[in-house]
Design a protein around this ligand. Sequence first.
Ligand SMILES: Cc1cc2nc3c(=O)[nH]c(=O)nc-3n(C[C@H](O)[C@H](O)[C@H](O)COP(=O)(O)O)c2cc1C
Length: 330
Amino acid sequence: MAYKAKLQLRNLEIWPPLALAPMVGLSHSALRSLVIELGGVGLLFTEMLSAKRLPDENPTVSPLLMRSSDEKPLFYQVFLHDSSPVIAAVEKLHLLQAEGIDLNLGCPAPKLRKAGAGCALSNNPKTVKEIIAKFRKSTELPVTVKIRLGNKSDRGKFVELCKLIEGEGGDCITIHARFDDDKFCRKPRWECIATAKKHLTIPIIANGGIFSVEDARKCFEISGADAIMLGRGAASKPWIFSEISETLFGIKRKSDLLLLRDIYIRFTALLNLRFSHERRLGRLKQFTHYFAESYPFGHRLASAVQTSHSMDEAIERAEHFFDSNEQLSY
Ligand SMILES: Cc1cc2nc3c(=O)[nH]c(=O)nc-3n(C[C@H](O)[C@H](O)[C@H](O)COP(=O)(O)O)c2cc1C
């Protein structure tokens, strides 16, 4: 089957073909390190970064650029609304030793849409063409693009966008299998990815609604994609890549049995290591919102952490929750 192969993006070989999605507030250095430690992930993304502001960000202090040497390969995702920031952004990404550059054409957030970026930009093929051509000219790194399925009223138009991206030298497209206005709770439309696949030669990464090994298998089979990307599923079960890669690709897990409590506490330690004091608690709260879903009474963990006023208080409350709940392991 196609998905049993390595994902080749220019000189970069990606194995296994499993990616951590770009997610604001979640796909930061601590979560990226955690999933690397737990194993089974082949490709990492940053959260979306403003291409315009990127050149002025200081990597020694910016929480957005914080990165440790184990977080590899790491693709930096950027958003922009025209091609003017491309060259300076690429220069900065070379300095940061990015392994790849990803363009956000899928974010439906009103703020981005209003600015003509994210999924609004995907409706502007002329500018997309210019942007990708400029990226292609200014770097040898893989240039990838993340899109949604576009407008429901214009079904199939996203295939034209994919062809344009391929034509301008894009190396790979991640397709989040939802229309621009679909909510995250809507069932993903993996079969639409299969339609795009028929018209393209570059690899496709399928994204949306993968929360288990069975979802991963189904998504590969229905979409015919070369790789899959997980977002929320990776925040609720950071070990999910190791489960998928063991079952689908026969890659032995790094660790046999881990308590969820230990994984959570390791995450707090990584937050403490990587972020300044005032940047930790918000990230812990956001992560806990998803992680707590692994527990039958997880809402108690989520609300205990949510109402904490400091990291220490949140960790103490989480410990209390773990003490009074079954020792779940994976
Ligand atoms: C909290 C959050 C933040 C997100 N931020 C980004 C982002 O910065 N860039 C992006 O392309 N998509 C972003 N997404 C969308 C995800 O990358 C992914 O496409 C979406 O969550 C569907 O995948 P999933 O069902 O595996 O979560 C975000 C999603 C969530 C839940």
